[in-house]
Every structure is written in C-alpha cells, then in structure tokens.
Design a binder for this molecule. Structure first.
Ligand code: A3P
Length: 354
C-alpha cells in the first residue's frame, strides 16, 4: 500500500506541473453568462447572482464557472467544503498540518508565516484576479460551492471531501460581524449600518454568497449518505468538544492516519495546539496581514474591498449567538433548522434557545 508520505511526494510532483490559469477568452465567456444571470444585492449591497438554484456571490461566481470547466483534481486530492463562517479556517489549518506533517513540524509549519487561506486556496477564488498558477504544497483545496454545483471533475472522481457545518445561529452572527469587516468597517460601532434584523431576513431567504444555509448543508449531507467513503460530514461543535477524536478521524479519512508512534509522541496534540484559535489568532501573519487581492471583493471587475486577515478570527466559541440574537430571532432560525432538516436524518448541534 502507498504510504501517506509517498502519496504526498507524488502529489508535490503533480502540483509542480499543474497549470490553473486565468484565461481572458474564458473571462469574456463568463462575463457573457453573468450579464444574463438574475442579479440582486445582499444585505450589505454586494452583488449576488442566481445560478443553478442558489445565490452566488460576485466574488466567487466567475471563479466557480471557471472551476466547473477547468478544475482538475490531483491524485489523492482532498477538498474541504463549508458555508462561510462554519469553521473553514480552522479545518483548513488542521488538515494542512495533518498533510504536511512528514515534511514540517509545529515549529517550521508554513502556517506560522503564511495566512491560512494562502496555504489552502479556494478553488473558486484564486483564479479571477490572479494569473499565476496555484502553488500548492499538498493536494488540498477548499470551496464554498454547493454540492450540486461542484465541478463534475470532483463529483465524478474519488476525491475525499471533508465538509464542516455549524449551528446556523452562530454562523449567522459570525457572518454579520465578518461582513462589516469586509465592508471596511471594524467593530460594533459600525453595526447599525445593517441591523441584525435586516441581515437575518436576507439570511433566512438564502440571499447570501452561497445561497440558503440549510440547502448547502443538506446537499453535502445527502451526498455523504450516498457516498460515505467520499464525504466526511463534520460539525464545528463536535470538533470543539472532541478535537482529538475528530482530528484523528479526518486524518484517517483522507488517507493520512496517525501511527501509534506518532500518537505516543503527541503529534496529534501538537497539531491541535498549532491550529488552536488562541495560537492562530495570535500569529502576526493572521493579525496584521491583509487578505490577498484574489480573496477580496470584486465589483465590476475591480477589487474594491480589502480587509484584514484577522477578520477570520473573532471569538471561536460555541453559542456566542446568545450575546446577539433575541429569543425570537433564535427561535426563527431554530424553526427553519427543524423544518428544513426534518426527515433528512441530519441533526445539528443547535445550542438551546433561552
Ligand atoms: P466566530 O465569528 O463565531 O468567532 P470561517 O473560517 O468558516 O470563515 O469561520 C470563521 C469562524 O471560525 C469565526 O467564528 C472564527 O472566529 C472561527 N475560527 C477561526 N479560526 C478558528 C480556530 N482555529 N478554532 C476555532 N474557531 C476558529
């Protein structure tokens, strides 16, 4: 059987050859599609395109179209998927640390000096404004694209997908804070711009960059039931409560299991410590850096908004919604969760209201 280490060496070679370029001809073709696609604004005034049954953010639409046509998974490709604000950054860091551990340790890992989202790119956000190839270190990429709109090259392959979701109440509150930072505002003083009530209305209608939150979850959930060997379905709260168990589970699932020797040397715990909220959010690269241009917000082909890397690190807690949502707001979100998930077999770690 191929060892994890030799798998990675093989992938590194493949990645060196990989060309995943911005193409002006395609750009014009995609512009044409975008010009005939229904468009609306989200609560913060950012453009949303209605495509393949969901609202897609302008910053990811062209990249998604391009990925649908051109993305070619590497051998042993691992894809991390989520809706925004569900723990993507954490999952990226953990998986990157798991996959790179044969080459670097907790004192030399690129996570110490590179922004997490630069270590693990999004397939739909690293093309549009960036003519350079994706310089991957490991066959690991991420996406927010709903399952039904993933490139066929992914769904028809044997790629491993790790999906993470979260209590919608916490995801919504996290999104609300994040959007203000994206729109150039820093903290709570700017929050009146889009009242929480208004933002909630948009959220409940699916007028968000990745469409209706619950539909996104259900797409991956159903696919995980059909192909459990292809999709591992995680919940942020579980990862918080039983981090060791889930980190080992992720490693096993993607084909990079920890050996007994590694466990005895506390490798799992070292990875968890490296990727903890407290540690990552204290690193200079994550506190002072700016999100690279290709992650920025594109409006009419221009990157109009840049924001700090620290926008991805706020509290990292379960249940912070209690500090923001009224009982009525929480009830509304819980009721949608109950209705949408009824009969699906999926339950979320929804912390109790009141
Ligand atoms: P909060 O806003 O509730 O604090 P995403 O990475 O999908 O954008 O999600 C961001 C959320 O994950 C934010 O939640 C952020 O603080 C939290 N987060 C970021 N890094 C984390 C880590 N290492 N561990 C736990 N949570 C983390």
């Amino acid at each position: 059987m191929e060892s994890s280490s030799s798998k990675m060496n093989h992938s590194l070679k493949c990645n060196e050859k990989e060309e995943y370029r911005f193409d002006p001809t395609n750009h014009n073709k995609f512009k044409e599609i975008m010009s005939t696609t229904p468009i609306r604004k989200d609560a913060w005034g950012f453009d949303l395109y209605q495509y393949e049954g969901f609202w897609c953010g302008s910053f990811q639409f062209e990249g998604m179209l391009s990925a649908q046509e051109h993305f070619k998974p590497q051998p042993n490709q691992v894809i991390l998927s989520s809706t925004p604000k569900s723990g993507t950054t954490w999952l990226k860091a953990l998986t990157f640390a798991i996959m790179t551990r044969f080459h670097v340790d907790e004192s030399t890992n690129p996570l110490l000096t590179r922004f997490v989202h630069d270590c693990v790119p999004f397939i739909e956000m690293n093309i549009r404004s960036s003519p350079q190839k994706l310089n991957l270190d490991v066959p690991l990429v991420a996406t927010h694209i709903p399952y039904t709109s993933l490139p066929k090259s992914i769904t028809n392959s044997s790629c491993k997908i790790v999906y993470i979701c979260r209590d919608p109440k916490d995801a919504f509150v996290s999104l609300w804070h994040f959007k203000h930072k994206m729109s150039g505002k820093e903290e709570v003083s700017a929050m009146e711009d889009v009242p929480l009530e208004d933002a909630l209305e948009f959220f409940c209608q699916g007028l968000n960059a990745c469409g209706l939150y619950w539909d996104h979850l259900l797409g991956y959930w159903r696919a995980s039931l059909e192909s459990p060997e292809m999709i591992l379905f995680l919940k942020y709260e579980d990862l918080k409560n039983e981090t060791v168990f889930w980190v080992k589970k992720i490693a096993q699932f993607i084909g990079y299991p920890f050996s007994l020797e590694e466990e005895n040397k506390s490798v799992v715990q070292k990875i968890i410590d490296l990727c903890s909220f407290e540690h990552l959010s204290s690193l200079e690269v994550n506190t002072s850096g700016m999100v690279r241009s290709e992650h920025g917000i594109m409006q009419d082909g221009v990157n109009t908004h840049k924001f700090k890397n620290n926008a991805f690190f706020r509290k990292g807690k379960v249940g912070d919604w209690k500090n923001h949502l009224t009982p009525e707001m929480a009830k509304r979100l819980d009721q949608i969760t109950e209705q949408k998930l009824a009969g699906s077999g999926l339950t979320l770690n929804v912390s109790p209201n009141g």
